[in-house]
Design a protein. Structure first.
Length: 183
C-alpha cells in the first residue's frame, strides 16, 4: 500500500475519535508506559506534546524524570531539557516546542525515546508524517543505540507497513492494549 494513502486514512480515523475516547485511550497508553521497567528505570526520556490527536502523554510529565522535547531546526530535531510548567512556543508545523535558549540534551544523557507516529507495525517500523525527522535522528550514530518506543492507538498498530531503505525500526510499540517490545 502507498504510504501517503495509508497516512491519510489513519489520520482521518484518528481525527474521528471522540475527545472522551482519545483521553481514555491516551490514559491507558500512559499507564502501560508507566508500568514498564523500561520507563521506570529511565532517568531521561524524550517525549512530545500531542498534536493532531496523537496519543496524549502529558500525564507522564508528573513523573520525576528529566524530560526532553524536540525543536525543529532546519531538517533536524534538536532535543531540549524541559520541566513541566516551563513555557512552550508554537514552533514549526504548529507543534509545541521548548524555547530556543533552553538547555540542549546530549545523546549520552538519554535513556528512552517515546516516538510519535501515524502508525507502527509489529516489526517495529513506523509511519510518520513524511518529513523524515525521526528517521534522520535515529540513523545518526549518536542516537541509533537509544531505546525507542512508537506511540500509537491500537487501530494504527498494523501487521506490516510499507518500508523504505531509510526507515529505522523501533524497539517497541505502545498502544492502549499494551507495550510490545521487539526481540
Amino acid at each position: 500500500m502507498d504510504k501517503a494513502l495509508l497516512r491519510s486514512q489513519l489520520l482521518k480515523r484518528r481525527r474521528a475519535m471522540s475527545v472522551e475516547e482519545w483521553r481514555e485511550k491516551s490514559s491507558r497508553i500512559s499507564f502501560h508506559l508507566q508500568s514498564s521497567p523500561l520507563f521506570s528505570s529511565a532517568k531521561t526520556i524524550l517525549a512530545y506534546f500531542s498534536f493532531r490527536q496523537e496519543p496524549d502523554l502529558s500525564s507522564l510529565f508528573a513523573e520525576s524524570k528529566q524530560w526532553g522535547l524536540p525543536r525543529v531546526e532546519g531538517k533536524s530535531l534538536v532535543w531540549h531539557r524541559w520541566k513541566p510548567g516551563e513555557p512552550l512556543l508554537t514552533g514549526a508545523y504548529g507543534i509545541f516546542e521548548p524555547e530556543a535558549n533552553s538547555p540542549i540534551l546530549e545523546p549520552k544523557e538519554v535513556d528512552l525515546i517515546l516516538v510519535p507516529a501515524v502508525a507502527c507495525d509489529v516489526g517495529g517500523y513506523r509511519l510518520g508524517y513524511g518529513g523524515g525527522f525521526y528517521d534522520r535522528l535515529l540513523c545518526s550514530p549518536e542516537w541509533s543505540s537509544k531505546f525507542t518506543i512508537g506511540i500509537v492507538f491500537d487501530f494504527a498498530c498494523l501487521p506490516e507497513l510499507p518500508v523504505d531503505e531509510w526507515d529505522r525500526r523501533l524497539n517497541g510499540v505502545c498502544t492502549e492494549t499494551g507495550l510490545l517490545v521487539r526481540k
